[in-house]
Design a protein around this ligand. Structure first.
Ligand SMILES: Cc1cc2nc3c(=O)[nH]c(=O)nc-3n(C[C@H](O)[C@H](O)[C@H](O)COP(=O)(O)O)c2cc1C
Length: 368
């Protein structure tokens, strides 16, 4: 019996398997609105058999967008187009999840495929970002405006309002994005946070905003549904945020009612040296799981069904997040079911004659 393909229950929500579509920015929205691209992109992964389908980082404020084309949930008009998507995902037997985010000092940039680095300046249609301290991500990025206490309160409220809207849109899992060098991670890391008030310097102060946002989101998210937080376990830079701090924060988040830490890494510093390779971040998920007692998700160069299955069997993580591999092959979960001699995941009725490569149906059945 495959663990990867077996159902997994968190609170009162049962995922049909342990494969999650990792959040992936599509940079394809106008005014933060989901559109046909998002429906087909996310819908295809649900048809392909992923148990949990996450949206991309969805901005809680307009100035919290990485690019002007990010998906957003800062106004009510943005709910209905997402409802259409959650309805479709749910009809495929998958669970819709949403990642809520604020880009902080990494806001107002170009879509990656344009090949242009750094910030778009206000004169060119961009905006000046906000952040914990006025320290630019790199010389090509604009230095952010150091946030006042009132601006911090506004961001917390924006996460709460977006969570409300996400619930109305039909999402069942909400993930707070506190990784990859975006706003909450910028507060966590001493590299980007040099504040002298209650949000800076010591560990307790640097984690304050992530705890406040998460607690506020947990308070509006129904008791029976899970809340995830994505953390970067390390900045991969000396004197940056580190794995032991991640474990300590995970314990605090667990106490607030967070159900799972989605463990990634990096994103705060351009000087990070990241030793990539198959499953290169999984040891961090294992560490957080073992030392803080919370469920974890792992992500990063997981491409083979047996690799994913082994991670689960060796209790290093509870959910497998896949990003690029699901872009290459939306049907990866259905093939994995085949490969692992699985739990008979069901192909959509419309596709059933394609089902198994190993056991193709009789050719004479293909003459309609
Ligand atoms: C196109 C693309 C967009 C991404 N956007 C996001 C995002 O919105 N939020 C996030 O947390 N990570 C984002 N990531 C990172 C992925 O979720 C994942 O952590 C990373 O790609 C490593 O997993 P992989 O090796 O399976 O691709 C993105 C990755 C890709 C390839």
């Amino acid at each position: 019996m495959s663990l990867l393909l077996a159902p997994y229950t968190l609170r009162h929500l049962t995922l049909p398997n342990r494969i999650a579509v990792s959040p992936m920015c599509q940079y394809s929205s106008v005014d933060g609105l989901a559109n046909d691209w998002h429906l087909v992109h996310l819908g295809s992964r649900a048809v392909g058999g992923a148990g949990l389908v996450f949206t991309e980082a969805t901005a809680v404020t307009a100035d919290g967008r990485i690019t002007a084309q990010d998906l957003g949930l800062w106004n009510d008009a943005q709910i209905a187009p997402l409802q259409r998507i959650t309805r479709f995902i749910t009809a495929q037997g998958a669970v819709p999840g949403i990642q809520l985010a604020h880009a902080g000092r990494k806001a107002s940039t170009y879509r990656p495929w344009l090949g242009k680095q750094g910030s778009i300046k206000p004169a060119d249609g961009g905006w000046t970002p906000i952040g914990p301290s006025s320290i630019a991500f790199d010389p090509q990025h604009t230095a952010p405006i150091e946030m006042t206490k009132a601006q911090i309160d506004e961001v917390i409220q924006a996460f709460v309002d977006a969570a409300h809207r996400a619930l109305n849109a039909g999402f069942k899992v909400v993930e707070v994005h506190a990784a990859h060098g975006y706003l909450l991670h910028q507060f966590l890391s001493p590299l980007s946070n040099q504040r002298r008030d209650e949000y800076g310097s010591c560990f307790e102060n640097r984690i304050r905003l992530t705890l406040q946002v998460t607690e506020a989101v947990r308070n509006v998210w129904p008791e029976e549904l899970p809340v995830f937080v994505r953390l970067s376990a390390t900045d991969w830079v000396e004197d940056g945020w580190n794995p032991d701090e991640t474990v300590a924060l995970a314990k605090r988040l667990r106490a607030l009612g967070v159900d799972l830490i989605d463990v990634s890494s990096g994103g705060t510093s351009v000087n990070a040296e990241i030793p990539t390779g198959p499953g290169y971040q999984t040891r961090f998920a294992a560490k957080v799981r073992e030392e803080s007692g919370i469920a974890t998700g792992t992500v990063g160069m997981i491409t083979e069904p047996m690799q994913a299955e082994t991670i689960l069997r060796t209790a290093q993580a509870d959910i497998i997040f896949l990003a690029r591999e699901l872009l290459r092959d939306p049907y990866w979960p259905l093939h994995a079911d085949d490969d692992l001699g699985g739990n008979k995941a069901t192909w959509p009725a419309q596709y059933q004659r394609a089902t198994s490569r190993a056991n193709p149906i009789h050719e004479s059945d293909l003459r309609d």
